[in-house]
Design a protein around this ligand. Structure first.
Ligand code: TXA
Ligand code: MG
Length: 309
């Protein structure tokens, strides 16, 4: 990613308008929430979400939290059961993230959920993030606004030190109130499960770590059902080939070899490959630079031999 000038604007109408303009162009922008500063992009634009990962230099894709204005906006693309509704009604806007089932045929980019059928949503209480959500009119995907491996930013200068030169704008509203990330609770059927402790204490203890028997079995990771072969330059019999660059394939992550486009299409094409009536999947070589490292990380996990079951 080429170096760019990172502007820091104090929170106000001008900063919000500029942030909304950049987000409309598919750029990620740093904006405070009541927990930590987030790096926000249009959750309906896969390439914009890919640019979050590019800016953070994150070597893997984790599902991101989708920020919404309120429960009404959340239920445009998710299903809340009664218990989840009660929690949202009681704690939103605020530092509570709920993992809920995603509806089908909704415009949320598959890179946001890293291909999962569930999604993390929260309605933040901070006026800057609220103003940005109002101005954009769409849900915003936002992880904490720090480079991979660095601590979460609670002030604009933390963001600047970590992501300066990699993002166009930081909206500065001073230190955040909580300073730790939101509480995450899964409400996907069965008892509620605490996945990450945070500012809101619901009296739940952290869900017991589940034994990982195979890549993709962990709740927060998607992997295709079928065997997957990497570094394929041509399909072998029975394989559905996902191409890239000069390898055309049955479908292509990016015919022009663009890694932002490839990241944006990765999970949708893995799902598509799983649905074909061919027993195996092959994927063309992806260069290990920039977003390619995160793409390869996910593909290597998907290709690793499966455990029992
Ligand atoms: O306070 C916060 O939550 C901040 C602000 C910016 O809102 N955001 C934040 O996002 O901490 P992030 O991306 O750093 O953490 C999101 C966490 C990750 O640990 C991810 O694995 C989990 O949420 N997560 C997201 N979707 C999930 C899903 N469908 N199932 C399980 N875990 C999920
Ligand atoms: Mg984080």
């Amino acid at each position: 990613m080429s170096a760019q000038n990172t502007r820091v604007l104090p929170f106000g109408p001008e900063a919000v308008a500029e942030a909304a303009r950049l987000i409309g162009e598919g750029q990620p922008v740093a904006v405070p929430t009541e927990t930590v500063y987030g790096l926000a992009a249009d959750a309906t634009n896969g390439e914009a979400v890919a640019r979050i990962y590019a800016a953070k230099g994150r070597p893997s894709f984790n599902p991101l939290i989708v920020h919404v204005r309120n429960l009404d906006q959340a239920t445009e693309f998710t299903s809340f059961d009664e218990e989840a509704c009660e929690l949202a009604t009681r704690y939103w806007p605020g530092p509570l993230t709920l993992i809920v089932p995603l509806k089908e045929n909704i415009p949320i980019a598959s890179l946001v959920t890293a291909g999962l059928a569930t999604v993390a949503v929260r309605a933040p209480a901070h006026p800057a993030m609220q103003a940005l959500l109002d101005a954009v009119g769409r849900p915003l995907a936002a992880p904490s606004a720090n480079a991979s491996g660095r601590i979460s930013p609670t002030r604009a200068d933390h963001v600047l030190a970590s992501l300066g030169g990699r993002i166009p704008l930081i909206v500065d509203a001073g230190p955040t109130r909580h300073g730790i990330e939101s509480t995450i609770v899964a409400a996907t059927g069965g008892p509620l499960r605490l996945l990450r402790p945070g500012p809101i204490d619901l009296g739940l203890s952290v869900a017991a770590a589940r034994v990982i028997e195979a890549p993709g079995q962990l709740e927060s990771h998607y992997a295709p059902e079928k065997p997957l072969r990497l570094d394929a330059r041509a399909a072998e019999p029975g394989e559905w080939l996902i191409g890239f660059d000069a390898v055309a394939g049955d479908v292509s992550l990016s015919p022009s070899g663009d890694l932002v486009e490839a990241a944006a299409r990765l999970f949708a094409l893995l799902h598509e490959a799983d649905r074909q009536d061919r027993p195996a999947i092959a994927v063309a070589p992806i260069p290990e630079q920039g977003l390619g490292a995160a793409i390869n990380d996910r593909l290597r996990r998907a290709a690793a031999p499966r455990g029992r079951g």
